[in-house]
Design a protein around this ligand. Structure first.
Ligand code: ATP
Length: 298
């Protein structure tokens, strides 16, 4: 798979604050790539650097295999600075103004863009009559002028109502299907899980992990067990060669299995056959939120 963006050991400090501490990852062509992290983890700083708005202290990045140039910039649309739309003007007229000011694309692109962001039917309605989701879709439309291969979005659903959030997530998926690569920052695990194919997780300026969403955010089966003789239970479970944890709060032993592979009856039989009668045997699906919490709070 080819790479649209390659980030190599990027570091950035604001005085004593180390916002990025040497972050490296690649964004594959055609992906929806989520930069996931809690507030203050360095997402906006990273996007600012790759869009040439901020300068890194060290490290570098390559767009399409080359250092940034004006020619390559044209292949990248961004929503980092939200355009100022005029409330009394229509979607079409607002895009005409954005196009004229930015010089991206031509007037004839405007119809195509309005269709892409599903606003064509409302193209003559005043901006002020738009829902929050429609306003954000028009902003994404402005970023799509000139038909950039890549779109860079910072928290694209921030401040939207649930309907607007659903519209934008749907739109991002449609844009991916139309061949765009999308790089988006988000602090919402659920959003990245629903929308993104790949992700990089940041915590306090460091890369925690990167890769396919289904691999890095994989769910697990956790089985909680207890018995009158906990020591004997722990010993026989260890002998099974499984990863186990003792949870002091619940007084249970947890055995971790890959998603969908925990066989409760087998586990019960195994313990019984090894002389331990279980007083508790419960399957708990590990929620992705818990995994995210672990990844970012350790
Ligand atoms: P958020 O979602 O809150 O914007 P973020 O993950 O995008 O968070 P950044 O905005 O990149 O993170 O901030 C990373 C760190 O750098 C934070 O500690 C932040 O306070 C600090 N920081 C960001 N911009 C500046 C600045 N202009 N001056 C000083 N410190 C800054």
């Amino acid at each position: 798979m080819s790479t649209v963006l390659s980030i190599n050991a990027l570091a950035k400090s604001y005085g004593p604050v180390k916002a990025l501490k040497g972050v490296s990852f690649d964004v594959p062509t055609g992906s929806v790539f989520g930069i996931l992290g809690p507030n203050g983890s360095g997402k906006t700083t990273l996007l600012g650097i790759i869009m040439d708005v901020l300068r890194a202290n060290s490290g570098n990045y390559l767009w399409f295999g080359q250092p940034g140039s004006a020619e390559q910039r044209k292949k990248i649309g961004t929503l980092l600075e939200t355009p100022n739309f005029y409330s009394y003007l229509s979607g079409t007229d607002n895009l005409k103004i954005t196009q004229a000011i930015s010089g991206r694309g031509t007037k004839s692109d405007i119809e195509t863009v309005l269709k892409k962001v599903n606003l064509y039917d409302r193209r003559w309605s005043a901006f002020k009559s738009f829902s929050l989701g429609m306003k954000q879709r028009l902003a994404i439309g402005a970023a799509l002028l000139g038909d950039p291969q890549v779109l860079v979005l910072d928290e694209p659903t921030n401040g939207l109502d649930p309907v607007g959030i659903a519209e934008i997530r749907q739109l991002i998926t449609e844009l991916k299907d139309k061949g765009h690569t999308i790089i988006m920052a988000s602090h919402l695990l659920d959003e990245v899980e629903k929308v993104c194919t790949h992700a990089a997780i940041l915590k306090l300026g460091e890369l925690i992990t990167t890769g396919l969403v289904e691999e890095i955010l994989m769910d697990e089966d956790i089985v909680e067990l207890s018995a009158a003789d906990m020591q004997a239970l722990i010993t026989i479970l260890k002998n099974m060669g499984k990863e186990i944890k003792f949870d002091e709060k619940t007084g249970t032993v947890q055995v971790i299995f890959p998603k969908g592979t925990a066989q409760m009856d087998e586990l019960n039989r195994y313990c019984f056959n090894h002389g331990v009668a279980l007083s508790q045997l419960v399957l708990r699906k590990k929620r992705l939120e818990a995994r995210f919490f672990e990844l970012t709070n350790n």
